[in-house]
Design a protein around this ligand. Structure first.
Ligand SMILES: Cc1cc2nc3c(=O)[nH]c(=O)nc-3n(C[C@H](O)[C@H](O)[C@H](O)COP(=O)(O)O)c2cc1C
Length: 429
C-alpha cells in the first residue's frame, strides 16, 4: 500500500481553464476546499498540503505585471487559517499548511500549530520552508535574503526551539480536579529555556499539547542542505521527480541521510508529485495527453515565469534563441536545477518548450493509471504520490471517484482510516 496527498495553493485555481467553475471567485470560497477535502477523505487520502509564500512574484520582466495578470501564485491567502475551516468540516484527513522557518518566531509558530492541532483534533501538519524569494525577506524587514545554506542552519535551530516549546507540558499536567481545585499542576509545566545562535525563547507555551503533541512535519526543499534538513526532522517529504529512476534515487538518498541521523527511514514518508490525464479509454486519454503536451510546448511565457519564480532571476531578459548563461541562484536551488537539468547547449526557447511540472505523469483510464502507479511505486520503493493540480471539482471527482476506487480494488491504498490522528495514519504502513 502507498499514501496519497494533494499539493495545492489557497490561491486562484485554474483561472480560464475549462471546467474550473467560477474560478475568479471560487478560490476565496472555503466551500471549494471543504468539498475537495471531503471527497479526498472518502478516497482515503493522507493529506492535503497547502503551499505558501509571502510575496507577489516580480522577477519575470522586472515587475509584478505577469504574475498579477495571470494570477500566478498571487493573490494568495494564508493557508494556516484555512486549516481550521477545513478541519471543522472533516474528521480524518491530514491538513498541512506551509510556514517559513526564516520569518516566523518559534513561539508564534509553536502556539499556532498547537492550537490548530486542538481545532483539528490531531490532524494538522506544517510544511517547513526557508523562503526563497528576496521579496519575502524584504516584506519581513531584511534588505536581502539570507544565504541558502544558512537559511537551513537557521531552520534546524528553529525546529529545536519549536520542539522545546512543544515539550514544556507533561502529559498529566492538566489535573482538572474539582475536589482540590487544581486545574493544571505547575510542577509539570516547565520553561523551554532555549537559547541558540538565532533564537531565544523562554516558554512554557501557554497552550497544552494537542492530540499529536508534535504536529506532522513536512519538508520540500531538494538541495543537499534541504534534504539533510528533511531527513533529520520530517515525517513526510514531498519530492519532485520525472521518472521512476529519479524517484528511486531520491528515496535512496533520504534513506541514507535519515539512517545517518539516527532515524528509521521508514518513519520518513517520501511522496512524489504526480500529474494525471484520465480518459474513458486508453486511446482517449492519450489523445488528451498529446493535446496537453502540445499546448504546454507552445506556452513559452509561463515557463519563463516559472523559471523566474524559482530562481528569482528575470528569464525574460535572456535572448530566446541563444543558449543560457550559467545560472546560479540563492533562491530555490533544487527546483531551478530540475527545470534546467540536461539543457546544456539548448536555447532558452527550446528549454521553455519542455515540460516543467516537476512531476511524474500518468495517462490512462482510472484503472490503467492505478496499475501504472502500483508498478512505479513497487520499483521506486517510495511511499506514495502527491497529486499536483489546481482544485477544480472535475479533477477532484476524477481522482476521488475514479482513480481512488481503482487503487483500492488493487489493494494499493487504504480502505478507511485505522486511527484518529494524522501521524498515526501516516505511519501505519
Ligand atoms: C514540491 C515542492 C514544494 C514546495 N513548496 C514550497 C512552498 O510552499 N513555499 C515555499 O516558499 N517554498 C516551497 N518550495 C521550495 C522549497 O521548500 C525551498 O524553500 C526552496 O526550494 C529552497 O530550497 P532548496 O534549494 O533546498 O530546494 C517547494 C519545493 C518543492 C520541491
Amino acid at each position: 500500500m502507498f499514501h496519497m496527498g494533494w499539493f495545492l495553493s489557497y490561491a486562484v485555481q485554474a483561472w480560464r481553464a475549462p471546467f474550473s467553475g467560477r474560478a475568479e471567485t471560487d478560490w476565496k470560497d472555503p466551500g471549494l476546499y471543504v468539498d475537495a477535502a471531503r471527497a479526498l477523505e472518502r478516497a482515503g487520502f493522507d493529506y492535503m498540503m497547502f503551499e505558501d509564500g509571502s510575496f507577489i512574484p516580480d522577477a519575470f520582466g522586472g515587475s509584478a505585471k505577469w504574475s498579477l495578470a495571470n494570477a500566478m501564485t498571487a493573490p494568495k491567502h494564508d493557508p494556516l487559517a484555512l486549516v481550521a475551516t477545513v478541519g471543522a468540516a472533516t474528521s480524518r484527513i491530514g491538513l498541512i499548511a506551509t510556514i517559513t522557518t526564516t520569518f516566523y518566531p518559534p513561539f508564534l509558530a509553536a502556539r499556532l500549530l498547537t492550537t490548530l492541532d486542538h481545532l483539528t483534533e490531531g490532524r494538522c501538519g506544517l510544511n517547513l520552508v526557508t523562503s526563497h524569494n528576496v521579496r519575502t525577506a524584504q516584506n519581513y524587514g531584511l534588505d536581502e535574503q539570507i544565504e541558502h545554506d544558512r537559511r537551513y542552519a537557521i531552520a534546524d535551530e528553529w525546529m529545536d526551539a519549536v520542539s522545546a516549546l512543544w515539550d514544556c507540558w507533561d502529559d498529566d499536567a492538566l489535573v482538572m480536579d474539582h475536589e482540590t481545585g487544581v486545574f493544571a499542576d505547575h510542577t509539570k509545566v516547565r520553561h523551554a529555556d532555549f537559547a541558540g545562535e538565532y533564537f531565544r525563547t523562554r516558554g512554557p507555551l501557554n497552550v497544552p499539547p494537542g492530540p499529536q503533541r508534535r504536529p506532522v512535519v513536512c519538508q520540500a526543499g531538494g538541495s543537499p542542505a534541504g534534504r539533510e534538513f528533511g531527513a533529520r526532522h520530517a515525517d513526510t517529504i514531498i519530492a519532485q521527480a520525472y521518472s521512476v529512476a529519479d524517484m528511486k534515487a531520491y528515496r535512496a538518498d533520504i534513506d541514507a541521510r535519515a539512517a545517518a541521523a539516527g532515524r528509521d527511514p521508514k518513519d520518513v514518508k517520501v511522496l512524489f508529485l504526480a500529474t494525471f490525464t484520465f480518459g474513458d479509454s486508453e486511446e482517449r486519454a492519450r489523445e488528451k495527453a498529446r493535446a496537453k503536451e502540445a499546448a504546454a510546448a507552445a506556452a513559452i511565457e509561463p515557463k519563463l515565469a516559472s523559471l523566474s519564480f524559482a530562481s528569482g532571476i528575470d528569464f525574460g531578459a535572456f535572448p530566446l534563441d541563444e543558449p543560457l548563461p550559467e545560472i546560479r541562484t540563492n533562491a530555490a536551488q533544487s527546483v531551478t536545477a530540475l527545470h534546467l537539468r540536461g539543457t546544456e547547449g539548448m536555447t532558452l526557447r527550446e528549454i521553455a518548450a519542455r515540460r516543467m511540472t516537476g512531476a511524474v505523469e500518468f495517462t490512462g483510464t482510472p484503472d490503467g493509471v492505478a496499475a501504472q502507479m502500483g508498478e512505479a511505486m513497487a520499483e521506486a520503493g517510495g511511499d506514495g504520490f502527491l497529486v499536483q493540480a489546481p482544485i477544480t471539482r472535475r479533477i477532484v471527482a476524477e481522482v476521488a471517484d475514479g482513480l481512488a476506487p481503482a487503487l483500492r480494488r488493487r489493494g494499493l491504498v487504504r480502505d478507511g482510516y485505522a486511527h484518529p490522528t494524522f501521524r498515526e495514519n501516516l505511519l501505519a504502513f
